[in-house]
Design a protein around this ligand. Structure first.
Ligand SMILES: [Zn+2]
Length: 449
């Protein structure tokens, strides 16, 4: 057994342990408790540090990492147009794969061990396997014109069939299906994709209730997103009382459905989400940065909805740090309710760990530090900016946002040591920077002509 020892060990399933040890044998956790009672073994002592369960990112777009900084200050429909054009015109498969690798490297250095990624190209899966992280890649499917449903489903089946999953008993990665969003998916395609996922036993992830424009498109068939569809000759009928009601009417809501964003949801929507047993990927920074608003986190939690935290892509964030998402979630809700009791630091840490794990159906394997669970964990030094520590949970949420992890393991395998990534290609960062430059040059040329 290896003893990982730190000034503070926060199991999340129980109170913080001062001078704690996490004992790991192979891929599993053997012991969680005070150092004084820990079984003997080789020891790695991190000293003044906090040891946490590996953080769970319930929503990313790893293939878009190279677009960081290139889509600033745009209205949402323009942001989508520019993103789509950039992906289609500039990015090759190799660039997208590098982008995904770079995104995972960034996440690992922020203590993120599990990634729920919605991906159009399919590169997130090989990147996750290569870097040794845990995750789900939801293969995206698009098709706003109802008559394109068959072609879109053929494309989805083809892409899923091409996914090469590791041939082992308990793989770290799996695949799911993601009909993208109400403005890119017809009701018919939603029904087909949801039915397919259910039959194949695959989880679903959907972007929903993100923007006011999406709400207007669904409820009234008008607004800026509707205008873009109309310009492509696609009809925009009234489709439902709300985006959540629309998804319910096409059979897309169930226990295996991850709802991404849920900013524009009302009481009726929250009841439907709870009744169907859906989970939510709450992305507070992205929602704020794009100007969408603040999701009713406390209302969703009160209704019993399972919630995890997501960074969304760095094209809308511009970083990937789940402790920063947790800090933002707390601050937004306390400000919104004008109450320091709105969301506690402990609840925020639960969202960042076990909440996210449950949202992805992984709650029995990761998300807390408990005997028998998989050894996914992260260690953060308590540097000058985090000392002195009063309550270690408050320190994790309010002081460590943006901090670099010192040590990270997934399934007992060390992936970050002394703040350095142990796997991966050192030239990736340079290639991603070059892709970013190519993208900017293309944008500049497009604006001058
Ligand atoms: Zn997204």
């Amino acid at each position: 057994m290896i003893r990982y020892r730190a000034r503070w060990l926060i199991p999340v399933s129980g109170p913080p342990i001062e001078d704690g040890v996490l004992g790991v044998s192979g891929t599993r956790i053997e012991y969680v408790g005070p150092a004084s009672h820990a079984p003997a073994g080789e020891e790695l002592n991190f000293g003044e540090a906090i040891l946490l369960p590996g953080l769970i990112n319930t929503h990313t777009h790893l293939e878009l990492t190279a677009m960081r900084g290139s889509l600033e200050d745009l209205e949402f429909p323009d942001w989508i147009d520019k993103l789509r054009a950039s992906r289609n015109e500039i990015f090759t498969e190799a660039m997208l794969l590098d982008s995904a690798r770079h995104g995972i490297a960034e996440g690992l250095l922020a203590g993120i061990t599990t990634y729920a990624d919605t991906c159009a190209s399919g590169v997130a899966l090989p990147a996750m396997i290569e870097l040794g992280v845990r995750g789900v890649m939801y293969q995206e499917v698009f098709g706003p014109a109802p008559e394109k449903r068959v072609a879109a489903m053929d494309d989805l089946r083809r892409r899923l069939a091409a996914c090469a999953l590791p041939d082992c008993e308990e793989p770290l990665v799996r695949v799911g299906v993601s009909p993208h969003a109400p403005y890119t998916v017809s009701d018919e395609l939603y029904a087909d994709a949801a039915g397919y996922a259910r039959d194949a036993g695959l989880p679903l992830a959907v972007h929903v209730a993100e923007s006011a424009a999406e709400w207007e498109l669904v409820r009234a068939g008008t607004g800026s997103l509707a205008g873009r569809l109309a310009a492509r000759g696609i009809a925009t009928p009234v489709r439902g009382r709300s985006p959540i009601a629309l998804l319910d009417s096409v059979g897309a809501l169930g226990r295996d459905t991850l709802l991404i964003h849920c900013v524009h949801v009302d009481e009726g929507d929250v009841s439907i989400m709870a009744e169907r047993g859906c989970a939510v990927a709450h992305c507070p920074v992205s929602n704020a940065k794009l100007g969408h608003g603040i999701a009713p986190l406390t209302e969703m939690l009160a209704a019993g909805v399972t919630i995890g935290l997501g960074s969304d892509s760095v094209a809308s964030n511009n970083r990937m740090h789940i402790l920063e998402e947790a800090r933002t979630a707390v601050l937004q809700q306390r400000a919104r309710h004008r109450s320091p009791d709105a969301v506690s630091a402990l609840l925020a840490l639960e969202l960042a760990t076990i909440g996210g794990a449950r949202a992805l159906g992984l709650g029995d394997r990761v998300g807390t530090l408990e005997r028998g669970k998989d050894a996914d964990f992260a260690v953060f030094d308590l540097g000058a900016a985090a000392l002195p520590v009063g309550d270690p949970v408050a320190a994790a949420i309010f002081s460590l946002g943006g901090a670099a992890a010192r040590f990270v393991a997934v399934g007992g395998k060390t992936l970050v040591r002394d703040g350095r990534l142990l796997r991966g290609d050192e030239d990736v960062a340079g290639r991603v920077a070059a892709a970013g430059r190519a993208l900017r040059a293309w944008h500049d040329a497009a604006t001058t002509h």
